[in-house]
Design a protein around this ligand. Structure first.
Ligand code: DX5
Ligand code: ZN
Length: 221
């Protein structure tokens, strides 16, 4: 299993002082910044795009940036995010006309491709592309908003995804996104996740460092 990574979702950060909030979570021990891109079309909310990603890079942040695209169509925004400094780019298969092509496009632009599964999206989208992706992102809420409740069916789905990864023999990160808290992160890790997105649980806490440390302790328990 890969080293566990905690990826705060800046969806719950204070956008009026985003640079300071990102600095604070990285100083507090976060491994990666989760960057939620919503288009008011694929999901019913509107957030941030490549300009903001580029601004974070210009600010000097060198941590991996984990771009979660909740946009349709996806392909035309990928080169912009690669230029803006994205490390990982994940997309929802339902939002792409040609899933294999989108994966190739991400790779060609020097980023690491991930495939995202909504709570009701079956894992068989992996059948013909698992040898090409570097991340499986399982949604444990329906995408669009922070602060929602974790959907428990994500736990058996994590186990199934972990088995798929093992069978592939490849190094693929298994990320969970939505409703992750200190109280449930232990069970989520047990089910097979190695990469943990948390938005409201981290940015809503008074002490980022203590929260991230408590999450790590639960993952290790
Ligand atoms: C939801 C986003 C999540 C969200 C997680 O569409 O993909 O990344 O910000 O927020 P919490 O951790 O508050 O559920
Ligand atoms: Zn996300």
């Amino acid at each position: 299993m890969m080293e566990p990574w905690i990826a705060p979702s800046i969806l719950s950060a204070d956008f009026a002082r985003l640079g300071e909030d990102v600095r604070a979570v990285l100083d507090a021990g976060a491994d990666m910044i989760h960057f939620d891109v919503m288009d008011n079309h694929y999901v019913p909310n509107l957030t941030i795009g490549p300009l903001v990603c580029e601004a974070l890079r210009k600010h000097g942040f060198d941590a991996p940036i984990d771009v979660h695209l909740m946009v349709k169509p996806v392909d035309r925004i990928i080169p912009d995010f690669a230029r803006a400094g994205a490390t990982w780019i994940s997309f929802h298969p339902e939002a792409s006309e040609h899933v294999d092509r989108t994966i190739e496009l991400i790779r060609e632009h020097g980023c690491r491709p991930g495939l995202v599964f909504n709570p009701a999206t079956p894992l068989n989208w992996l059948d013909h592309v698992i040898d090409k992706i570097d991340m499986i992102l399982l949604m444990s809420v329906n995408p669009g908003f922070g602060g929602q409740r974790f959907i428990p069916s994500a736990l058996p789905k994590l186990k199934a995804a972990r088995q798929r990864i093992q069978a592939s023999g490849r190094e693929i990160r298994l990320e969970i996104d939505g409703g992750v808290k200190t109280e449930n992160i232990g069970a989520i890790a047990q089910a097979g996740a190695d990469t943990f997105v948390a938005g409201s649980a981290i940015f809503g806490a008074a002490d980022y460092r203590a929260t991230i440390a408590a999450m790590r302790a639960q993952i290790a328990a």
